[in-house]
Every structure is written in structure tokens, then in C-alpha cells.
Ligand binder design. Sequence first.
Ligand SMILES: *[C@@H]1O[C@H](CO)[C@@H](O)[C@H](O)[C@H]1NC(C)=O
Ligand SMILES: *[C@@H]1O[C@H](CO)[C@@H](O)[C@H](O)[C@H]1NC(C)=O
Ligand SMILES: [Fe+2]
Length: 532
Amino acid sequence: RPGAAPGLPRVAPLLSSVPATPRSVPARVRGSLPRWLRGSLLRVGPGKFEFGEDRYNHWFDGMALLHQFRIENGSVTYRSKFLQSDTYKANSAQNRIVISEFGTLALPDPCKNIFERFMSKFEMTAMTDNTNVNYVRYKGDYYMSTETNLMNKVDIETLERTEKVDWSKFIAVNGATAHPHYDPDGTAYNMGNSYGSQGSCYNVIRVPPEKVDLGETIHGAQVICSIAPTERMKPSYYHSFGMTKNYIIFIEQPLKINLWKIITSKIRGKAFSDGISWEPQYNTRFHVVDKRTGQLLPGMYYSKPFISFHQINAFEDQGCIVIDLCCQDDGRVIDAYQLQNLRKAGEELDQVYRSVARSFPRRFVLPLDVTVNTPEGETLSPLSYSSASAVKQADGKIWCTHENLHGEDLEEQGGIEFPQINYGQFSGKKYRVFYGCGFRHLVGDSLIKVDVVNKTLKVWREDGFYPSEPVFVPVPGTNAEDGGVILSVVVTANQKDSNFLLVLDARTFEELGRAEVPVPMPYGFHGTFVPM
Ligand SMILES: *[C@@H]1O[C@H](CO)[C@@H](O)[C@H](O)[C@H]1NC(C)=O
Ligand SMILES: *[C@@H]1O[C@H](CO)[C@@H](O)[C@H](O)[C@H]1NC(C)=O
Ligand SMILES: [Fe+2]
């Protein structure tokens, strides 16, 4: 079985609580870091998994720990702080889990009497502001984001929270993804669901780039398009979406949010995660929205069921949209990432790993100009460089079949996730290269550079070390797509070894240097580089 590494070493130490390191500590640099590399790598992920006797159930539930690696003159300093969210403060003050998270239902206060405890089952669940997924940028400011209606604005120098922002106070949405897209002028696009008496909608959101006249935070945000789900009470879960110069591409995948289950979860004593289910009797559907007019295009694009957490890139070519995604054929992945599973060992841990479908990069081609006169039964893609097809059926739907953007060698790496590109120069454009983490384990265990044109790989790996999402930083004054470095935070469960910030030459994928930090760090989610 390709990609299955028997006898996986335990990763439990990488998914355990650590203390924060609020005062900068110097890193020990080996090799040499380029002099032009000046700025901060900011990362976030869960760093605290219990309060008092209460424990979180799911990896996604842990309290947001903010990491900052400052790089200047070839040296590196590190610090970290727990995000001072309302959730973190309330849990700390009461030394128990007060606010429910994705996989953990907060229990009623044991100090309340029986009647009060009974009644609290009927109160609305307070939404968490434990924004532990990503740093996002609106109007030049940084916010910590998860997928709820709440974001926390942070000072990226001090890592202190400065403001809590609620999407639903500005526009009719109940949340937004932690993976917005940005136009070159700073206009941000995102997507979020709204839940109302009519059921739910998927909404495309635009946030203007300027504060002048439009106000601070996300004033001026607009819903530019609302898309009705196939089933109003069972909208799809999505973690990101695609964007080209002119279009937003939304993927409605058969990972469903059962709103009845969510509404009744507290009474039934279940967490939100209980309301999400993989329903492969539905196909995956693509929706395309014109960014300028907010119009939903009439094309009904379908493919066999898959799920995608992270999109790689998308662009327009010869009347088509080309969209590249990391895809899994089975959506039963969320349960595997329960902490009790991740903390297993030996054969039991191997079983968890085998239960998760590997993630592979795939290309879909969506022809834009589809009318009643479009012929049926033949591929509508004119693209000579892609074997992806799109065929109109008798019912008018366009059936899309993907092209694999990889060879067998990627199967040996356990597939790829956490894709990143040279976003500044190549987002929404025809491109050649992306980077990601190989997954021969339940967390990333290698860094991989994929050439999507000739489908070749370059791999960095060291046994016992787990690299995070690779962040590309361009060298000033070059147009080469891979002219720059890759930054990744590499963590280990070995007591005698240090975690480190790794710097690779993005072109050759050779190590330039590493900055060892003698501080425990858990495996995290996402990050960004802010130049100085
Ligand atoms: C880096 O070098 C510049 C110029 O030599 C100097 O002004 C600056 O203080 C140095 N910064 C650090 C953190 O050493
Ligand atoms: C694939 O393309 C890259 C350029 O991105 C080149 O360096 C490499 O040699 C090519 N490999 C093959 C096998 O064609
Ligand atoms: Fe993500």
C-alpha cells in the first residue's frame, strides 16, 4: 500500500500543551540565512488542550498560540503568546472549559443548581473567538481567524490582541473562512455562510483595501453574491475557495453541515463536529462567480465526490478556468483528528493513519462559455497541456474529470497538503510551482516542491522531524517564480533535539540554514511572512 509507513512514531508530544515564551529568545543559527531576508514569520496553531480537569477532544479545539520568528541580519529571535481571546480569558479565570469548541461541548457550570444547569442546555451556545487557524489581512491590518463570526485583530509586533471583530455586525454572514484571497490592490475576498429562517446561503464577501472614508476594521465589507445550497438545511462545509483575476470559484463538496443537528447539539449533549458528515451520494459541484458583477455563472459543473481543504491556485486560459486543488476521495477525515486518535501509538496509530484518505493535487478545467447550443458528449476544454476534461451531458450539466498533477513518486510521500505558491506574483495566474507538506504521517513529515508542468518533485526530509506549512518569500528584484526562500517551522518529539526554523533555497530546495530554538512547540496550522 503506497504511502503507508508501518509503525509510525508517536506524535502525541507535538499535540500537547506547552508554555508560551513571551520574552524573545535568541535562536542558534547553523548555516547562513540570506542578508536580504528581513521580517517576521508569524504562525498560529493550537497550544493548550486542557483547563483544570476539562480536556478538549479535537485537535482544532486547542487554544491559539501565536508564534513570531524575527529574522534580521542573519539572526533569528523567537517568542510566542497565547492569544488573549475572550474564550482563553474566560477558561483561564474559571480553570475549566467555559466556551464550546468545534469538537468539545462546554458543560454547564457545576456551581449552578440543577434547575439552572437544565435551563442552560437551551441557551444559545456562545460562539468561540479562539481564532487558531490563520493570520488574515484586511485593509493592511492583521487578524487571527478561524471560521466563526469572530476574528481578533492583533498587533503583530507584540502579539497582543487589540480588538474583537464580529462579521455579523457588518454584513449578513455567520462566519468566514480563514483563507481569504487578495487582489494586487489589497481588496480582499472571502466566503461565509449565513443561516436564517429560510435555511442557509453561501456568500461571497468583498472587503475594500482602504481605510480612508470606509472606516476601520471591516467597515465597507459587502456580500457580492449569495449562492443557494443544493439543500438549504444541509449546506456544505468548505475551508477555502479559488480565485482568478475575474472569478471566484466555490466548491460545494459532499461534506455536509446538518443544521438540525447543529441547532439541537447542545440539548443532545453533542459538539458541533457531530453535525458534519461525509455524504458521497452527492457529487462535488463547482460554482463560478464574476467578481465585478457578482453574477453567478449559469454553468453547472460537477465531478465525482471529493473534498478539498486547500486550493493551490486558479487562473483563466482560452475561455476556461483552470483550478488546482489538494483533493481527498474520502471525507471521513475530521474524526481521525480527534486528540484521542492522534495520541495513540503503535498499530492503533497506524490504523488511524490508514483511515485517512491521502491528499493529491488535481487540476480541473471549467469552460466558461456554456450555452444551450453547446454540443453534448465531447470535451469542451481546448487546453492542449491538460488532460482534464469537461463534457456536457443530456441534462445540461458539465461533467468534469480531473488531471493528476503528480506521478507515483508523490504517493510514496503520502500525498501533499498545506499547499503554498509565490502568491504575490502568481496568484490567479498561470504558474508552474507549488510547495507543500508530505504526509507519511498524521502531521506533515516532509517538504515537497511540485512542478505542475513536468510533474517532478523535490523533497526535504529528516527522520523524526515534522515541518509545517512552507511559506515562500521572494528575493527582492527577481521575476523568477521560485526565486526566493521557503520558510518552515520544523518540530520534533525527540527530547534531545531542538525545534528549528528551516530556510531552503526555493529553486534548488537545498538547505541554506536553520535557526534552532530551545523551546517546545506543538505542530501548528498556518502562517505568513511580514517583511520589515
Ligand atoms: C542589522 O544591521 C543594521 C545595519 O548594519 C543595523 O542598523 C541594525 O541595528 C541591525 N539589527 C539587528 C537586530 O542587529
Ligand atoms: C522539470 O522542470 C524543471 C524546471 O521547473 C527542470 O529543472 C527539470 O529538469 C524538469 N525535469 C524533467 C524530468 O523534465
Ligand atoms: Fe487551512
